[in-house]
Write a protein that binds this ligand. Structure first.
Ligand code: HEC
Length: 155
């Protein structure tokens, strides 16, 4: 299969990427990547980047990779939370169902913590701060990923 670089050229890739990045935003300015997207991508991704389950094509509109919110137990009055969503500990054994010994591979695990009080909320409650700017974030959500495990086939 021909790579997209040969089809679109370097500038075309930049244009299409910037078009995809602004999909789903309401005030989309005219973008030179739109024509190429319609020509080369919309067959599978639809004209507005919606998902296409029959082809296994994911939605590009929420291409930020955001999973739906897990829920939030943060008590804003007391700066507390309960560890009652998801698992506080996970152990698992996973085998790659698509493993091909002749192909290099990389594996890692990502975790997303449930929302917890941010330091600003702890300070707000402890010192009874009434005049924090309205846009001060009071809740945070930590994420982490493991070191990668690389697999290289013998040459
Ligand atoms: C023949 C159908 C097809 C065409 C044409 C196609 N795609 Fe895809 N695209 C897919 C499928 C299927 C996936 C999911 C692949 C996977 O999960 O391994 C995908 C995944 C993607 C993703 C990753 C999305 C995510 O959330 O992981 C992006 C971005 C993307 N395509 C952009 C494009 C662009 C830009 C074009 C045009 C230059 C294009 N695609 C053309 C079928 C297509």
């Amino acid at each position: 299969m021909v790579g997209w670089e040969q089809v679109l050229g370097e500038e075309g890739i930049r244009n299409v990427a910037s078009y995809v990045a602004q999909l789903g935003e309401s005030n989309t300015a005219a973008n030179p990547g739109e024509t190429q997207f319609d020509q080369f991508c919309s067959t599978c991704h639809g004209s507005s980047g919606e998902d296409n389950p029959l082809l296994g094509a994911p939605s590009l509109v929420d291409a930020s990779g955001h999973a739906p919110p897990v829920g939030n137990t943060v008590d804003l009055d007391n700066a507390t939370y309960t560890n009652s969503i998801g698992d506080s500990e996970l152990r698992g054994l996973w085998q790659d169902p698509d493993f091909k010994p002749h192909l290099p591979a990389v594996y890692y695990v990502r975790v997303l913590q449930i929302p917890t009080p941010r330091w600003t909320l702890y300070d707000k409650v402890r010192f009874d701060l009434q005049d924090l700017p309205a846009n001060t974030p009071l809740i945070t959500q930590e994420r982490a990923y493991t070191s990668a495990i690389w697999y290289q086939p013998f040459k």
